[in-house]
Design a protein around this ligand. Structure first.
Ligand code: UDP
Length: 484
């Protein structure tokens, strides 16, 4: 008997590691667990080595096809040098439209379903052109999505800047958001990125459903709110599928010999990993305080270190371009820091195998910017965090992780607003690794880890959710075919 034809999904990734990684993992999961064929279309950012590595690793073994679209020409788009991250991403995705359309047309057979990520909502119309179902993948959490979807309402109801409000921002059925925790694009309503953000919020309803990188147990109440009539039929047009946690697999030799040997020598759960995602950075003054705090804490650490920024253009503390050679980097650290911490600390310049480090049994804490991928990687490895939010939706993530999920401790003030002093950093580092609070939190993360594992295995909530999404796809394809 002839095998039924596999559904072919076209996935579109916006530029940047934080978008590329979750799209790759969704693609692999659709192939490995749900019998799809997958082609991923990637809008490249600056061709970074790390991005190329991620693409290569997704190709071995070769589960799916990857098509790199030509890098969009931003000069024609008139982007100013001070353009914010969201504006930049929005423009890059807009400029990639004709390349994506041509690439889809060049396929041997058109895909059966289109899945775009959050910055790809302007491409949903391509699904209509091809007469195929289309979905939006939000590689973040349900509370972030709720604020995004509710932002057009807040835009009408709230007068003045959100950060200046004295009252919490209410979202139906969800935990309200503190004004200081709003996402970066909501910080300045006159900025172009705010308008792009509102546009995305409105366009999500053009999709036939939303995929979210969480699992049901993690955010049951917020997910319920997203599925009730306050959102459904208005901001959400179709089911909200929980598909997570989707994170990269740990690579067998991912740590490399030297790092593995060092980690193997450390006691269990004794090392604090310090890493701020693909572009997190800080002022030189803050970086020096962090170094002092780590040293004073006398805890073991691995620090993935990036050059500080001289000046943050939009206050977002994000800069993928800031590398810095070893000598240059050490010039930002206190004198003789590396010598004094030689026995307890390791510094990795710019980019390190974060996930592989987190999976090592010697790691007991993670000082993180709370990007959603990093958060999931920490939870899946049973590692509690010190929250150090810097940009994008990280302030909201940090509050969620502290107040609802209970897996982080945090400085008293937001690090993006005020310098966190060495004494406080010293205390936090000790607390997460060596004190009762840290031990309790580690136990809590381990409970979560086991619910996460269950969710993605066969029969688990996320597995079943993707299975339902596939059924929904088939049903929509059938309806579309009947109508034409
Ligand atoms: N990452 C890494 N090595 C680094 C820094 C980051 O492998 O030195 C990975 C990290 O494991 C995560 C991703 O890059 O998978 C960062 O995504 P996240 O959503 O946490 O933050 P973003 O970079 O989008 O702010």
């Amino acid at each position: 008997m002839e095998k039924p034809k596999k559904l072919h999904a076209a996935l579109l990734s916006s530029p940047g590691m934080g978008h590329l990684i979750p799209i790759m993992e969704l693609g692999k999961c659709l192939v490995a667990d749900h019998g799809f064929e997958v082609t991923i279309f990637v809008v490249p950012s600056q061709a970074s080595r790390a991005e190329a590595e991620i693409i290569d690793s997704a190709m071995t073994p070769k589960l799916l096809d990857i098509v790199e679209l030509p890098a969009p020409d931003l000069t024609a788009a008139g982007l100013g040098p001070n353009a914010s991250m969201v504006e930049r991403l929005a423009v890059m995705m807009r400029e990639a439209r004709s390349a994506f359309r041509s690439a889809l047309k060049a396929m041997e057979a058109p895909p059966d379903v289109l899945i775009v990520d959050l910055f790809g909502t302007e491409h949903l119309c391509m699904g209509d052109e091809l007469r195929i179902p289309k979905y939006v993948y939000v590689p973040s959490n349900a509370w972030f999505l709720a604020l995004l979807l509710h932002s057009p309402v807040l835009d009408k109801e709230v007068k003045g800047e959100y950060v200046d409000q004295t009252e919490l921002l209410k979202i139906p059925g969800c935990k309200p958001v503190r004004p200081e925790d709003v996402v970066d694009p909501m910080l300045d309503r006159s900025n172009q990125q705010y308008h792009e953000y509102l546009r995305i919020a409105g366009e999500i309803a053009m999709g036939d459903g939303i995929l979210l990188n969480v699992w049901e147990d993690l955010q049951a109440e917020t997910l319920a709110a997203l599925r009730n009539e306050e959102f459904l039929g208005r901001a959400v047009n179709g089911p909200v599928y929980t598909v997570g946690p989707l994170i990269r697999p740990v690579r067998p030799a991912g740590l490399g010999k030297e790092l593995l040997e060092w980690l193997d020598k450390q006691p269990r759960e004794s090392v604090l990993l310090v890493s701020f995602g693909s572009g997190g950075t800080m002022s030189a003054e803050q970086l020096a305080e962090l170094a002092w705090g780590l040293e004073l804490s006398r805890q073991r650490f691995i620090w993935i270190l990036r050059k500080p920024i001289v000046e943050s253009l939009d206050g977002s503390f994000f800069d993928v371009g800031k590398g810095g050679g070893d000598d240059e980097l050490s010039s930002f650290l206190p004198d003789e820091f590396a010598v004094r911490t030689r026995d307890v600390g390791l510094i990795i310049p710019l980019w390190g195998p974060q996930l592989d480090i987190l999976s090592h049994p010697s790691v007991g804490g993670f000082l993180s910017h709370c990007g959603w991928n990093s958060t999931l990687e920490s939870i899946v490895n049973g590692v509690p965090m010190i929250a150090w939010p810097l940009y994008a939706e990280q302030r909201q993530n940090a509050t969620l992780l502290a107040e609802e999920i209970g897996v982080v401790i945090r400085p008293k003030e937001l690090p993006s607003k005020k310098i966190v002093g060495r004494e406080e950093i010293e205390k936090l580092a000790r607390m997460i690794i060596a004190k009762k609070e840290g031990h309790q939190m580690r136990a809590r993360v381990k409970e979560l880890k086991s619910t996460a594992e269950k969710a993605v295995t066969k029969g688990g909530t996320s597995y079943e959710s993707l299975r339902r999404m596939k059924e929904d796809c088939k049903m929509r394809i059938h309806q579309i075919n009947k109508a034409h």
